[in-house]
Design a protein. Structure first.
Lengths: 503, 494
């Protein structure tokens, strides 16, 4: 693997009325585990089902019902931990987090406070070529999702949908290593990318399958470094937690707003209250949800219905051995093996499907050429129609065929683009299309010479001008291409035009 | 046959197989006895239709020679067990009208073993109580009383309905559950046998939870053999309960040889409580002599952390209960308070729970909430957990020294008068002093009737066994039972 080295980005600076301020951000990302069944019941996790149809007795907290751990969810959490280069805890345990809410039927959420399944890890968040933030992961724990309360269906009643109740979530807790709104979004995007590679979360933020609580504080320059040296949070400002964000754009807006709000308070001599806040995207502001004093006392204690999760190192090793190649490694390999630029490698490894597509096109061909075609032509064309790689009507074999036709000199680059459009819209084998539609490039020098002679004969005045000004040779090349319907090999035309004009 | 309802499970089983009687006859006799015993308030939901249907099915199986272990035997089920389509309220108003769509694993196993459910039995609300006075159905009355017109006595709790029903010959046996003594104490108060198996022996699935790390189901029966037969049917691994043990279940009845020669019985000095009635002390001494006469070696042992058990129990059990009972919120099932205009979700919770839970349940929910709250967690809950570990270690150590079973009194007194201890919760909690250690350590414990006090009320002795060695424990209890020769029955007055 190519060892890529990165420099850390500069923290975002916000200028207040009196000082420059830095941001300190930590995130708790809730990622729904990709699993057909819930964390402690066999009920389905399918999205969009009729309300209250994916509900087992235990999900509805019927009397006497007991949770039984879904081992696949444990495996997915371990896989995610390994993907984040994290410590896997062979002993973990579930605790109850007690609070009352109608969409929490048990009156407690089963979570892992004291002994999470995954310990410390790290995520490399790239923010441009050679620039990346290393965000430390504190822990990942498994927990149950809550259901959904619906307050707007009836003026007097609220409704509850328990379909989501008990679905497995991974809560991925970062250290306060994120230093700006863009970094926060990039961090979330990177987590999403890694989990999509791993197949442990579908990353669907619209459906709420990935959402984040964002802790924001501000400090004066230098304070953060003292915090990192000492581990003493006293060097940092008081943080506020912005709850339940599921849009990269809103996360950035919320952080920006929240930082400015805090700066204004502190500069006016006020104190930040540690509290939970909600972001209102319509108004573009955060507002208090509950203060520290109002915070729930969750009365965590070990869940007596569940045994601790004890897993074997050999099992972890086995999962590790079967991990797919992850984005960082894949990107490094693409740079090394295919000679790609950092940018192209990033684009091509953005998701597994694109990377796989590219690799198939690049197999036995020039990597850079393959990358150009995949990124510029294919991705560009797909983007026009707002399609993803999965919708691509051109197979890697077809695209490879087009590239091969160029390589063999059968078609010019320009013709190739026309050919690509035909294949994209109509399908078919590129080589056959070239034959059938007479798109083959003319490399027969005799035919080209004849065309050149014709153009020279028809334009004596231009010939004289060209002799005086050799740059005008290009005009003859253009005319020849026109005469040959663009099929003449451009290099051959150039050479013959120059020779005939005696340049 | 006469006195069908007085038969033991074993005797009835044998009679059924010989064709001396039928399950329908047995069941009808029990249903008649139940209807005649409303005064005792033992059965709170009678299920005669289900009983007759199952009795007929059992007779057919008996006829076909396809009779499982408890085929045709009429029993009662504690209201804490969820029984499909049958009211299952844990004797609480908050579960008003609740009829589960599912059958608890234990009661399903009893159905599979051919047992016939006669109805649901009264108990303390959510199994919280030692006198059966916290039930939303009102208290059960112990069939035993002092003389012909003695005061009404408690049957004990929480499985008071089960104990009274078995003692009063309303059913041949009953299920109970035991979180801190709820099988053993009422068994002792009513002159019957009750065993709490090792934690994890019986599935808790479908049993309304009180304190999950302590709750265990067990049989309440006329004698030790019946306890062996019924426990056999009730226990075993259940994948639906993560805390149920994946262990083979031995043949308990086959273990009943009565031969305990060479066994070592420990007598824990810490169970000699100050102010313990002389009669209890004397019974304990007699028990020791009986076991010695049967060939066991008797050794004084020490379980040094015993005195901390009751306080630790009354932290851990309410803590778990406060969380387990959070689901009773009026949202999905059971009681929901009528709300006033403008009331929101908080008022719905508060009113529902205030109306739905009785005072003892409310007290324990509050205690449990308190001991788990920020700032108190370490001082109470965590300390109690450490005490619990020490109590378990006490037992581990004496078992490691070769002790096979431990003999203690089952209760600090005989059945007391109803209403007498209700005003003082701490006095009530002292009823559990000999039994809670067993739950905290997850051990099997059995209460065997061993004699009558001066007033003619039954007293029980408790034997505590090694984990998973119920077979051995039952055999020791069997030897004690044979030596004690307890045959007294309450005179019928109801």
């Amino acid at each position: 693997m190519l060892d890529l080295t990165y420099t850390a980005p500069k923290p975002k600076i916000i200028s207040g009325a009196k000082h420059d301020w830095e941001l300190v951000i930590g995130m708790e990302v809730h990622a729904q585990v990709s699993s057909r069944a819930k964390l402690f019941s066999g009920a389905s996790t399918a999205f969009g089902a009729e309300p209250n149809s994916n509900v087992a007795f235990v999900d509805a907290a019927m009397p006497g019902m007991l949770p039984v751990i879904n081992e696949f969810c444990v495996e997915q959490a371990v896989r995610t931990g390994l993907g984040l280069k994290a410590q896997i805890n062979l002993f973990s345990a579930f605790d109850r987090k007690n609070y009352f809410y109608p969409d929490l039927p048990q009156g407690y959420q089963i979570s892992q406070l004291y002994h999470p399944i995954v310990g410390e890890g790290e995520v490399l968040v790239e923010l441009g070529e050679g620039v990346a933030r290393r965000v430390r992961i504190e822990r990942i724990h498994l927990e149950q999702d809550a259901g959904k309360s619906i307050h707007d269906m009836d003026p007097n009643m609220s409704f509850v949908d328990l379909n989501r109740t008990g679905v497995a979530l991974m809560e991925i807790v970062s250290r306060p290593d994120i230093r700006g709104p863009e970094e926060a979004a990039a961090y979330l995007a990177k987590l999403r990318q890694i989990m999509l590679y791993l197949g442990t979360c579908d990353g669907n933020m619209q459906n709420g399958n990935m959402r984040a609580d964002v802790n924001v504080s501000v400090c004066l320059p230098g304070a953060y470094e003292r915090f990192r040296e000492t581990g003493d949070f006293g060097h940092l400002g008081t943080r506020c937690e912005i709850k339940n964000m599921n849009s990269m754009r809103f996360i950035q807006q919320a952080i920006e707003y929240e930082a400015r709000r805090q700066i204004a308070i502190v500069e006016a001599g006020g104190k930040i209250d540690q509290e939970t806040r909600l972001y209102d995207p319509d108004k573009g502001e955060t507002r208090s949800m509950r203060s520290k004093e109002e915070a729930h006392d969750y009365r965590y204690f070990p869940d007596p219905d569940l045994l601790p999760v004890e897993i074997e190192q050999a099992w972890v090793d086995d999962i590790k051995a079967r991990l797919p190649e992850l984005p960082d490694e894949k990107k490094a390999r693409f740079i090394k093996d295919f000679g790609l630029t950092d940018y192209d490698a990033s684009v091509l490894t953005a998701d597994v499907e694109s990377a796989a597509y590219f690799e198939e096109v690049a197999r036995g061909r020039d990597g850079k050429t393959a990358a150009n075609w995949v990124i510029n032509e294919l991705f560009g064309r797909l983007k026009k129609e707002d399609h993803g790689i999965a919708d691509a009507p051109v197979t890697p074999a077809q695209l490879g065929g087009i590239i091969d036709l160029i390589g063999r000199g059968d078609i010019s680059g320009k013709i190739a683009k026309d050919l690509f459009e035909i294949v994209y819209t109509e399908g078919g084998d590129p080589a056959q299309i070239v034959e059938a539609r007479g798109m083959r490039q003319v490399t027969d020098t005799g035919a080209i010479e004849a065309a050149v002679d014709q153009v020279i004969a028809e334009n004596p005045a231009q010939v004289e001008k060209a002799k005086a000004n050799p740059k005008l040779a290009g005009w003859f090349v253009g005319q020849v291409m026109k005469v040959t319907g663009g099929k003449a090999n451009p290099a051959a035309v150039n050479q013959i035009v120059a020779a005939k004009l005696g340049l | 046959m006469s006195d069908l309802t007085k038969l033991t499970l074993a005797a009835a089983r044998d009679a059924l197989r010989k064709g001396d009687t039928t399950s329908v006859e047995l069941t009808e006799a029990c249903l008649k006895a139940i209807d005649a015993a409303d005064l005792l308030n033992a059965f709170v939901h009678k299920t005669p239709d289900i009983a007759m249907e199952r009795a007929k099915a059992a007779d057919a199986r008996l006829q076909a020679g396809d009779a499982p272990a408890m085929c045709g035997l009429p029993i009662g089920i504690k209201d804490l067990f969820c029984t499909k389509g049958v009211a299952s309220q844990a004797a609480s108003r908050i579960l008003e009208g609740f009829r589960p769509e599912y059958e608890s694993t234990v009661s399903q196993q009893l159905i599979d073993a051919g047992a016939v459910m006669l109805g649901k039995l009264n108990m303390d609300e959510f199994a919280m109580g030692s006198s059966n006075e916290t039930s939303c159905y009102g208290n059960v009355i112990n069939p035993w009383r002092v003389g012909a017109d003695g005061a009404a006595l408690t049957p004990g709790g929480s499985s008071g309905g089960s104990a009274a029903a078995v003692a009063a010959d309303l059913c041949l046996a009953a299920t109970g559950t035991d979180t801190g003594g709820s099988i053993r104490q009422p068994a002792a108060f009513t002159g019957i046998t009750g065993i709490k198996p090792t934690y994890g022996r019986c599935s808790r699935w479908g049993i309304v939870a009180f304190a999950s790390s302590l709750d265990q189901a067990g049989p309440m029966t006329r004698d030790v053999r019946d306890a062996a037969i019924m426990l056999q049917a009730m226990c075993g691994h259940d994948p639906k309960d993560s805390t149920s043990a994946e262990l083979a279940v031995p043949d308990f009845e086959a273990a009943l040889t009565g031969d305990i020669r060479g066994k070592t019985i420990g007598i824990p000095r810490e169970y000699r409580m100050e102010g313990m009635p002389a009669e209890i002390e004397a019974l304990w001494t007699r028990g020791r002599e009986m076991l010695a006469d049967a060939g066991a070696k008797i050794t004084d042992i020490s379980l040094p952390h015993t005195k901390y058990a009751l306080p630790a129990y009354y932290v851990i059990a309410p803590a778990e209960a406060s969380s387990n009972l959070a689901r009773y919120d009026g949202v999905r099932y059971g009681h929901r308070a009528k709300l006033a205009q403008g009331d929101g979700i908080t008022e719905m919770y508060e009113k529902t729970r205030a109306e739905g839970f009785g005072p003892e349940v409310r007290r324990r929910v509050m205690v449990g909430t308190y001991v788990l709250s920020a700032g108190f967690y370490d001082a109470y809950y965590n300390r109690a957990r450490r005490v619990r570990a020490l109590i378990k270690r006490d037992f581990d150590e004496v078992f490691a020294q070769g002790i096979d079973a431990i003999l203690t009194p089952a209760t600090p007194s005989a059945a007391f008068e109803l209403g007498k201890e209700m005003s003082d919760p701490v006095e009530m909690y002292l009823n559990d002093v000999f039994t809670v250690t067993v739950n905290l350590a997850g051990l099997p414990g059995i209460s065997v009737p061993a004699g009558l006090d001066a007033q003619g009320l039954p007293l029980g002795l408790q034997l505590i066994g090694r984990p998973w060695e119920e077979a051995d424990l039952l055999n020791t209890a069997y030897a004690l039972e044979r030596a004690a020769g307890f045959v007294a029955k309450p005179a019928k007055w109801w």
